[in-house]
Design a protein around this ligand. Structure first.
Ligand code: GRF
Length: 198
């Protein structure tokens, strides 16, 4: 059985798609071993618990106190995950940048999803920014990419899967968001299968 650790900060719709895939045969021989959130109120934690998946709440705030550090946060995250022996770390809406110590420990094993094409709209609100760029005539389409995370750059790294998403003249932002998210949920499952060599 290949074991995933999924890192989340929010609603966890990508997490749900991954859990479903482990249960409906789309990701055979794969399980979500643990879900980590930096936010206590992240709804994704409830999704995990509803499927009997262990959860960890790992907030950054205590590490901002004098004498503590961001590097310590990352080192503790390594320790927290260790008992679950993850084969792959899957960032699914995780709002922290994983630091070098963490990435060194899990070299070649960390994935991220970005709701835009490679090299475009890194960081927050990528879909909204793509929508605005389309309105200004700067782009004609957007997309989704799942990529390896080799270093601390945001939403950059060798892509595993990239797929384009059309933007239609009659689209509202909500229409575009729905189309991008639907693709994310499918693409992440396929990318995980590929990353695990399945
Ligand atoms: C997704 O759009 C993901 O690409 C981005 O954050 C969002 C997370 O959504 N990095 P969810 O928590 O999986 O619903």
């Amino acid at each position: 059985m290949k074991r995933l650790a999924v890192l989340i900060s929010g609603t966890g719709t990508n997490l749900q798609a991954i859990i479903d895939a482990t249960e409906n045969g789309r990701l055979p021989g794969v399980c979500v071993a643990v879900v980590v959130s930096n936010r206590k109120a992240a709804y994704g934690l409830e999704r995990a618990a509803a499927h009997g998946i262990p959860t960890i709440y790992h907030p950054l705030l205590p590490y901002r106190r004098p004498g503590r550090s961001r590097a310590e946060y990352d080192a503790d995250l390594v320790d927290l995950l260790a008992p679950y022996r993850p084969d792959l770390i899957v960032q699914a809406g995780w709002m922290h940048i994983l630091g070098e110590p963490f990435l060194r420990h899990y070299r070649g094993k960390v994935l991220n999803i970005h709701p835009a094409l490679p090299g475009t709209f890194p960081g927050m609100h990528a879909i909204e920014r793509a929508y605005e760029a389309y309105q200004r005539g700067k782009i004609t389409e957007t997309g989704v990419m799942v990529h390896w995370v080799p270093d601390e750059r945001v939403d950059e790294g060798p892509p595993i899967l990239v797929e384009r998403v059309p933007i239609l003249p009659e689209d509202s932002l909500e229409d575009l968001e729905a189309r991008v998210h639907a693709l994310e949920h499918d693409l992440y499952v396929r990318a995980i299968a590929r990353a695990l060599g399945a």
